[in-house]
Design a protein around this ligand. Sequence first.
Ligand SMILES: [Zn+2]
Ligand SMILES: [Zn+2]
Length: 524
Amino acid sequence: MGLTGLVPAGATSGAAATAEGSQRAAGSLRMAVDAVGGASALRGLKTFQYRAGAERSILDEGAVPGSGASPAATVEARVRYRLKGSRPPRVRIDNVRTSLGVDRPVREVLSGRRGYISGVDANFSQPATKAMTSDRWAAIHREQELLNPHVLLSRALDRPSLASNGGQRTIDGRRYRVLVLRDAVAPIELFVDVRKERIAMLRTTQHDYLRRDVPVEVTYRGWRREDDGVRFPRRVALTSDGFEMVRERRTEVDVNPRIKSRVFRFPSAVDPVYDADLADIGTRTSEWLLSFVALGFIKDGGQRAINPITITDGTTTAAGVKLLGGVANNSLVVQRPGGVVVFEGALHDHRAEAVIQYIEDSPDFTGPITHVVTTHHHADHASGMRPYVALGATAVVGEQAVPFFQQVFADRGSTVLPDRLDGTTVAANVQGVPAAGLSLPNGIQVFPLQTEHSVDMVVPYVADQGILFTSDTYSPPGLPSPSDANAQAIAAMVKARGLTPKWIAGGHGTFISYAAFKAALGIP
Ligand SMILES: [Zn+2]
Ligand SMILES: [Zn+2]
């Protein structure tokens, strides 16, 4: 905008402008509230429930770096909401999530600042009842608010100062009036279709650890008038960074049903504790976190625990290395003469910061972190690379993923959830692993591995200690079956490159002796 645009001709005095602004805000809020049934209907909205059938997707877990979203789960859910009588509202969602071809019935109950989860939350797990961590709690609340703008509008009716007028906008020939709601993460814009007098969409900003601050857009279709004059949409879809993450069809919408208090009651065995920092992260990253929930690979709880594992068979112990477990995705820390190398900038910058702190505090490791190697570009394995890059470490990645990571590291402007690299001008050094493999001067070797899991897959190798590191192709210590194509590919790679590994350490799981791995595959 040119400077002349800043001061409109004949600008009114400050006080008059403020009064005019709040009048316009009230007008925008009224229009949005009328679109869902009007102020008295919305004030009278105490409870609601519906059934939703949804397709859910996840970003950056496909075969090709940067290719976007892939299916995470189909979900059948019964959503029950008690808006009045408690703040924050109470929510219960009884889900059947289907991922990897298996149904996982799981219930999520949120009451006050706490929640619990009961059922099969993670793939390959037994039914269990557990406390909900505050990031999951906040992420569910945030997503439900985005999918049900009634919750946001009900709050704005109680606190009109949250609302401001976003003016009129025309998109694809349709006219919208925009209501802007102030929010701790980013402004939330509600677009009211002027002709249809319905809320057509919502726009805001969230954080995805690889894609950084991303636009989130929700569209609402098939609005119907329910009991007590409240309108609900029948079809809701949510996109993140332009990719569809949630597509939901609703049935059995019920306004102001009687929902008994015991529906929200916690079993006595669980005692969740509210953590404000985790809740804040969950609100800012709700779609990242919940896409992993849909997939059944749970990344809740901050993932900061450090469980250092020594690689040993009781007689021989690998020297100068620690496998850092305790969370969903491991990293391997390796001491070299010139400094420290980390395999897997796993999960996110919160995890990376915990690993960096461990390296600084541990007497086993000295010198700068010179390299961070990622086995492949997937969101859970590579979203914590940036803090290492900020410390000057060279990022080593599969050749096919170099442009993708250059983009990940170039972004320095997150306002939603800045990390150590944001606001800096540190040069990002990205080194690709060519087909012939890569030998670093510090004795670390990295080899590409052909697998359908991802085109940029590599296997780093600590030659002098005989440690191969594998992620998502083989997870020790479970023995591989001879028909396991990925395990066979690892063994074939070892043979073709003339390597003599003693161990395999995993990006998931723990470690195994290479002899046991090879024997299980039936290789002499
Ligand atoms: Zn993967
Ligand atoms: Zn994985």
